[in-house]
Design a protein around this ligand. Structure first.
Ligand SMILES: CC(C)(COP(=O)(O)OP(=O)(O)OC[C@H]1O[C@@H](n2cnc3c(N)ncnc32)[C@H](O)[C@@H]1OP(=O)(O)O)[C@@H](O)C(=O)NCCC(=O)NCCS
Length: 293
């Protein structure tokens, strides 16, 4: 893989390996913790163990491409591309706080975008923390367009569903119906992520008048959800036993859903920006994006 141009030290990029887990996990935790603390926000990862667990999974999952940056024989950063569905997903990207602002992040992003182009993904998506001006600027200069602001919301479970809606755990036989709803909303399916979540037992579907009208791979930071209408999402959110990680991601443009979440006691943890490059379809239904799945 290429070297990063324009840095004062030589930085080499190479594909990640499972043995990189602890170094990349430590940097992932340190980088998110440092940037959150600088802005008085809670870190996205509560501990180094949680960050390392995620990085370990990403480095061993065949559906993810990874790139690692090395300087002086030491790992200084990593980035990932979720290749499981027609629109690829970027992240988490992290650079060791001791060597940030030296264009290492730009090199890690370019390597991932080169990979997406080589694999002919129609589009690439990511979510960034709105308080982080540097990542917003970096993605913007790489061609990403801000699509919408997203509120990350956390709070007590709701435990109530709209009348006539039922929520149950998703099974593999639901995949076709899930893909149909996702294609209705986004113009493409997210079958790779959805199947993984079903196998993990994390996915739920909502049924209305005998049909699957929405699903969630998880109700939380890492999971996405789609519904034909807001009531489908309200049922999925209303049935959740917890909101995983920092919280669910609610598009602010969907004022009715945002107000409904506020009205049920959820609080805004932070605002994020959904950014994309390449193919992007304006959503035709209700959705919650994901940082990963
Ligand atoms: C985001 C992150 C990966 C970027 O890596 P980095 O190596 O520090 O960034 P780079 O030096 O490659 O790029 C930063 C670019 O933004 C520019 N920039 C920084 N602040 C800016 C601002 N306020 N306005 C405009 N441009 C700005 C820099 O000049 C640089 O551009 P250049 O390459 O043209 O000089 C790193 O800061 C990090 O790990 N942050 C914590 C974790 C995180 O937030 N990850 C992203 C999750 S979405």
């Amino acid at each position: 893989m290429a070297n990063v141009q324009g840095t004062q030290t030589t930085v080499a990029l190479r594909p990640g390996r499972p043995t990189d887990s602890s170094a990349c996990g430590r940097i992932c935790f340190d980088a998110f913790e440092a940037i959150a603390r600088q802005h008085n926000f809670h870190p996205d990862f509560p501990s180094m163990d949680v960050a390392t667990e995620l990085i370990t999974m990403l480095l061993s999952h065949p559906g993810f491409f990874s790139v690692v940056a090395e300087a002086g024989g030491e790992i200084v950063g990593s980035n990932f591309l979720d290749e499981r569905s027609p629109i690829a997903g970027v992240g988490p990207i992290t650079v060791d706080p001791r060597v940030q602002n030296l264009r290492i992040g730009r090199g890690l992003m370019q390597a991932i975008l080169d990979r997406a182009a080589e694999r002919k993904f129609a589009g690439v998506r990511l979510l960034q923390s709105a308080y982080h001006s540097r990542s917003l600027a970096l993605y913007g200069t790489l061609g990403f367009l801000p699509r919408e602001s997203i509120a990350c919301m956390q709070g007590p479970t709701i435990g109530a569903l709209p009348a006539g809606y039922q929520v149950r755990r998703a099974v593999e036989a639901d995949l076709k119906a899930c893909n149909r709803v996702c294609t209705f909303v986004h113009g493409h399916h997210r079958a790779g992520e959805t199947l993984d979540a079903i196998k993990l037992g994390a996915a739920t579907v909502v049924e209305h008048e005998g049909c699957v009208t929405g699903y969630a791979t998880d109700l939380g930071f890492l999971g996405h959800a789609v519904g034909e209408t807001n009531r489908d999402l309200m049922a999925l959110i209303g049935a959740a036993s917890a909101f995983a990680g920092p919280g669910i991601l609610v598009p602010l443009r969907n004022g009715a859903l945002f107000h409904w979440c506020l009205g049920h006691g959820l609080r805004v943890a932070q605002v994020m920006t959904l950014m994309t490059t390449g193919l992007y379809n304006e959503p035709a239904g209700a959705y919650l994006p994901s940082v990963l799945y």
